[in-house]
Design a protein around this ligand. Structure first.
Ligand code: ADP
Ligand code: MN
Ligand code: MN
Ligand code: MN
Ligand code: MN
Length: 338
């Protein structure tokens, strides 16, 4: 038997941006605990905007468990929040995802690393040389010193945890980075985005670096904002597809444009301006290989008979992947299959 440090993680009641919270409990297991072996737990919801002070107990139900290679006998336990009566808590966006079997989701999380109130590599006053060399760049002038160290360490901790990273890259703005996570099942992909966000923030503590997830931290300048493109496919899109179904799907996305934008992250009007590889926030468009469209259709999608996956480019870096996936799946469910 060994004593395991179980870090129970959950999303709080803050809006429009939920924070990930965590606390540790120690339990003995013969080997690394399986999900079924992990007990429900509770927390004080009055401190997280999830309950009034008089009746403050909220329930944590484990939904996924990951090894934590940074901690001896450590585990990260992603949880959903429930009320004492067994119903999902209002803040539990994961519970709004209905049927996600046979859907595949890939999220591209962009973010900035900040120190002393500015992106890593920015001078104390003014700006570094304009965008151009930073995207996928190399060299001290382009990526600075500790950024790559953080990004590489983050990748290793995530891979040790079994998180399904598909890649990482330096992004267009200085101090801006991206990781991509793919999952069969939207809940799996979204859980892993939240746990990867948590790991990144915790790792950055020791570097005195803050992760800036805001979608346009440098305001209305020529510096790129941060997105969280949502790549998605259902079994039907991958295996049957066809142009009529695709067009019906796009018509439904257009009809629900405002409903999608409502859950695609705060301050998105600052980012979706029609510039910097975005479509305007109030317009919907799709286009083949078009990075200025709301939805980019990969070349392969058309070539394969309108089959495969699509990229919704509108969700931003502070978006909640549970809400995003939930909305995408709802819109898909509204389209009849021919
Ligand atoms: P880009 O930066 O050109 O938009 P990335 O390589 O960063 O492309 O991201 C593409 C994403 O698409 C990856 O996260 C990948 O997991 C996802 N993806 C690939 N195939 C599928 C699929 N069939 N269904 C859902 N997502 C997919
Ligand atoms: Mn206490
Ligand atoms: Mn990408
Ligand atoms: Mn990107
Ligand atoms: Mn993309």
């Amino acid at each position: 038997m060994a004593k395991y440090k179980l870090e129970y993680l959950w999303l709080d009641g803050y809006q429009p941006v939920r924070n990930i919270r965590g606390k540790t409990q120690i339990k003995e297991f013969a080997s690394f605990p399986k999900l079924e072996e992990l007990p429900d737990w509770g927390f004080d919801g009055s401190s997280t905007r999830q309950a009034p002070g008089g009746s403050s107990d909220c329930v944590l139900k484990p939904v996924a468990v990951y090894p934590d290679s940074t901690r001896k006998n450590g585990a990260l336990v992603m949880c959903e929040v429930y009320n004492a009566d067994g119903t999902p808590h209002d803040s539990n966006d994961r519970a709004t995802i209905l049927d996600d079997s046979d859907t595949w989701f890939g999220f591209e999380q962009e973010y900035f690393l900040y120190q002393d109130g500015r992106p890593l590599g920015f001078p104390e006053h003014g700006y570094p040389s304009p965008q151009g060399p930073y995207y996928t760049g190399v060299g001290y002038n382009n990526v600075g010193d500790i950024a790559r160290q953080i990004v590489e360490e983050h990748l290793d901790i995530c891979l040790d945890a079994g998180i399904n990273h598909e890649g990482i890259n330096a992004e267009v703005a200085k101090g801006q980075w991206e990781f991509q996570i793919f999952g069969k099942g939207s809940k799996k992909a979204a859980d892993e985005i939240w746990v990867a966000r948590y790991i990144l923030e915790r790792l950055c503590e020791k570097y005195c670096v803050q992760v800036e997830y805001h979608c346009k931290p440098l305001g209305p300048t020529d510096w790129n904002g941060s997105g969280m493109h949502c790549n998605f496919s259902t079994k039907y899109m991958r295996e049957v597809g066809g142009e009529p179904y695709f067009l019906a799907l796009m018509a439904q996305f257009e009809k629900n444009c405002a409903e999608h934008i409502a859950v695609y992250g705060p301050d998105n009007h600052m980012r979706l301006t029609g510039l910097h590889e975005t479509q305007s926030i109030d317009q919907f468009s799709w286009g083949i290989a078009d990075r200025g469209a709301s939805i980019r259709v990969p070349h392969s999608f058309k070539k394969n008979g309108w089959k495969g996956y699509l990229e919704d480019r509108r969700p931003n870096s502070q978006g909640n992947p549970y809400q995003i996936a939930s909305r995408v799946l709802k819109t898909i469910s509204e389209v009849p299959k021919p």
